[in-house]
Design a protein around this ligand. Structure first.
Ligand code: IPE
Ligand code: IPE
Ligand code: MG
Length: 250
């Protein structure tokens, strides 16, 4: 449990929202002479341990990038297996998440998924809607550009309908049309797998997030690795454009 870990001392600097690109599954499997899919399957355990750590620590929101709008470009077989895994995880984990008080949110263009998968997504969201322990936001067929373009389209529709003056469009107005308007922006962004890029994740919302990259593959990202990332976050000074002296009140 977290209480046994001396690093719990950093609790006062905990992020409210952690967003993770779970990368490196394929390479993890390849290193073990396994098919890429074995890496995706192994990654489910890291999802479980990260969620349970967030619950233990009281982190309010965890966002996980599960499938990007660009991941359709992968071999058909891998895409199919990923969809099956997604269904399987929804079938097997949702009850447990619900019991733990987790509210599940799926963000992305889910209309592109099979009716069966869409149904499971709707059911999981409906079942967990009132939960308050933590929000788990899963990005599936999500792209940051899609999110921003959709918000722009919604604003344009309001202008055309005569409900909005173009002069009133500012960043707050646009942000209100994005997928996760009711949640705080990610304080900490983590990417596993060694790459140092955003890959079209929450482009708008990551504007002031602290970025953390690790070479560990997602299946190797355990509780200790997550606590390391929280340690790193706790030692950052977030200035939001101000000077260090201002932030420290000197
Ligand atoms: C991330 O792992 C999972 C998804 C994109 C679904 P990858 O499958 O991208 O693993 P690597 O980057 O090829 O190792
Ligand atoms: C980002 O990983 C998407 C997810 C983890 C779901 P990718 O493996 O698809 O990213 P790139 O292609 O290396 O940038
Ligand atoms: Mg990858």
């Amino acid at each position: 449990m977290v209480e046994e870990n001396p690093r719990h001392a950093t609790a006062q600097h905990l992020p409210r929202h952690v967003a993770i690109i779970m990368d490196g599954n394929g390479r993890w499997a390849k290193q073990r002479n396994l098919p890429r899919f074995a890496g995706h399957k192994a990654g489910v355990e890291s999802v479980r341990s990260t969620i349970s750590c967030c619950l233990d620590l009281g982190i309010e929101v965890l966002s996980l990038f599960a499938f990007s709008s660009e991941n359709w470009r992968r071999p058909k077989e891998e895409v199919g297996l990923l969809m099956n895994l997604f269904m399987h995880v929804l079938d097997n984990e949702v009850k447990r998440l619900h019991r733990s008080g987790v509210r599940l949110r799926i963000i992305g263009e889910i209309e592109a998924f099979s009716p069966a998968l869409q149904q499971r997504i709707h059911n999981a969201e409906a079942l967990t809607r009132e939960n308050t322990q933590m929000t788990l936001c899963v990005a599936a067929n999500y792209g940051g550009r899609w999110d921003i373009a959709r918000a722009a389209r919604r604003l344009a529709e309001q202008v055309v309908a005569g409900r909005l003056d173009p002069g009133d469009i500012d960043s707050e107005r646009l942000a209100a049309e994005l997928c996760i308007t009711d949640l705080p922006a990610p304080d900490l962004f983590i990417r596993t797998g060694g790459e140092q890029r955003i890959s079209n994740f929450l482009l708008w919302q990551l504007a002031y997030s602290e970025l953390y990259f690790t070479d560990l593959s997602w299946p190797d990202f355990d509780r200790a690795a997550f606590l390391d990332s929280l340690d790193s976050y706790a030692n950052r000074e977030r200035r939001f454009g101000r000077t260090s002296e201002q932030v420290r009140g000197e």
